[in-house]
Design a protein around this ligand. Structure first.
Ligand SMILES: Nc1ncnc2c1ncn2[C@@H]1O[C@H](COP(=O)(O)OP(=O)(O)O)[C@@H](O)[C@H]1O
Ligand SMILES: [Mg+2]
Length: 296
C-alpha cells in the first residue's frame, strides 16, 4: 500500500529549502517553455516530466505538460486514457485544433495536459511535408503559454521532427540522463542538435540543466560518470539526484505522480527537491546572479 506519510516538505516551505514562501505567491517567470529531451529511451524523460510538473503544481505553480511522444506515456502516466481523448497534440500540430481546445485539466496531479497518442506519428509525417514545419509547436503554444508559469514538453526518444519542434518552441532544455558508459557520447550528439536549432531557429535556446536519474551510489561507474559530468558541465548539473526508486516505476500504472502515490518515497522527495532547486535558480537568475552567468 502506498503510504500517505509526508516526510517530504514541499519546496518553498520546507526546512533548509532556501526558498521562502513568497515563491508560492509570486513566481518570477511566466510562460517558460522547457523541453525535456534525450534521444535515448528509458532515461527518465517522462518520469521527470510528470513528477516535476506535479511537484511544481504542488507549490502553487500553474503548469502545462505537453506530450510530444506518440507512445503517450506522459498522458497515460497522468491518468488519462490516451485512446479516449477527443483532441490531441497531433490535431494541434496539423492545425486542426487550437491548443486551448485540446488541453485537459488533470485534477489528480494539479496540472494541465496536452495529450498524445499514436496519431502523432501521422502528424509527424505531415509536418515533414508542410511549411514552417519546425515552428508548428511554437506557434500553437503562443496563445496559451502565458496562462502558465511552466510549460514542460515530454520529447520522444529520437532527434526527429517532433523533438525539433519542441526545441524550436523552448527556451530551455532539461536533459535527464543515466550515469552510464555511453551517456556522455549521447549527450554530445544532443548538444550538437541543440546548437544547430539555436543557430537556425531559436537563438534564445539554452541547456537548462542536466539531471542525473536512476542513480545508484553503490555503482562505481555511475559515480565516475557523475564526476565527469560535474567537471564538464559544472553548475549546469542539478544538485538534486534522482535515485532508482520502485515507487517512481509503480506510480504511472496508477495514473498518478509519485507525490500523490507515495509522498514519503525517495522518488517523491527527489522530485520535490528538484522543483525547489528550479525555483531557487529562477530567483537567482531574476536577481541577476544566475547560475549561467557565474559559470561563464
Ligand atoms: N528513478 C527511477 N527509478 C526507478 N524507475 C524509474 C526511474 N525513472 C524512471 N523509471 C522507470 O524507467 C522506465 C523508463 O523511464 P521513462 O521516464 O519512461 O523514460 P523515457 O521517457 O526517457 O523513455 C519507466 O518504466 C519508468 O517507470
Ligand atoms: Mg518517455
Amino acid at each position: 500500500m502506498p503510504s500517505e506519510s509526508d516526510t517530504a516538505s514541499p519546496p518553498g516551505t520546507g526546512p533548509g529549502g532556501g526558498v521562502s514562501v513568497s515563491s508560492r505567491v509570486r513566481p518570477v517567470a511566466r510562460g517558460r517553455i522547457v523541453a525535456i529531451a534525450n534521444q535515448k529511451g528509458g532515461v527518465g524523460k517522462t518520469t521527470t516530466c510528470v513528477n516535476l510538473a506535479a511537484a511544481l503544481a504542488d507549490v502553487g505553480r500553474k503548469v502545462l505538460l505537453v506530450d510530444m511522444d506518440p507512445q503517450g506515456n506522459a498522458t497515460t502516466g497522468s491518468g488519462v486514457d490516451k485512446n479516449d481523448v477527443d483532441l490531441t497534440i497531433g490535431d494541434v500540430l496539423l492545425g486542426e485544433a487550437k491548443a486551448a481546445d485540446a488541453v485537459i485539466t488533470v485534477e489528480t496531479a494539479g496540472y494541465d495536459l496536452l495529450p498524445a497518442n499514436q496519431d502523432l506519428i501521422a502528424a509527424e509525417v505531415a509536418l515533414m511535408e508542410g511549411g514552417h514545419k519546425e515552428q508548428r509547436l511554437s506557434h500553437a503554444l503562443r496563445p496559451i503559454r502565458q496562462n502558465y508559469h511552466h510549460v514542460f514538453i515530454d520529447c520522444p526518444p529520437a532527434l526527429n521532427m517532433l523533438t525539433v519542434n519542441a526545441l524550436a518552441a523552448a527556451q530551455g532544455v532539461l536533459i535527464p540522463m543515466q550515469c552510464e558508459y555511453y551517456a556522455l557520447e549521447g549527450l554530445s550528439t544532443l548538444l550538437d542538435t541543440i546548437e544547430r536549432i539555436r543557430r537556425r531557429a531559436n537563438p534564445g535556446l539554452h541547456v537548462e540543466g542536466l539531471l542525473r536519474t536512476m542513480y545508484d551510489v553503490r555503482n562505481n561507474l555511475a559515480t565516475e560518470v557523475s564526476s565527469q559530468l560535474m567537471t564538464h558541465f559544472g553548475d549546469k548539473v542539478y544538485r538534486t539526484v534522482v535515485p532508482r526508486n520502485i515507487r517512481l516505476a509503480e506510480a504511472p500504472s496508477h495514473g498518478l505522480p509519485v507525490t500523490r502515490y507515495d509522498r514519503g518515497s525517495r522518488g517523491a522527495v527527489a522530485y520535490l527537491g528538484l522543483a525547489g532547486e528550479i525555483i531557487r535558480r529562477e530567483r537567482e537568475a531574476h536577481q541577476g546572479v544566475s547560475v549561467r552567468q557565474r559559470s561563464r
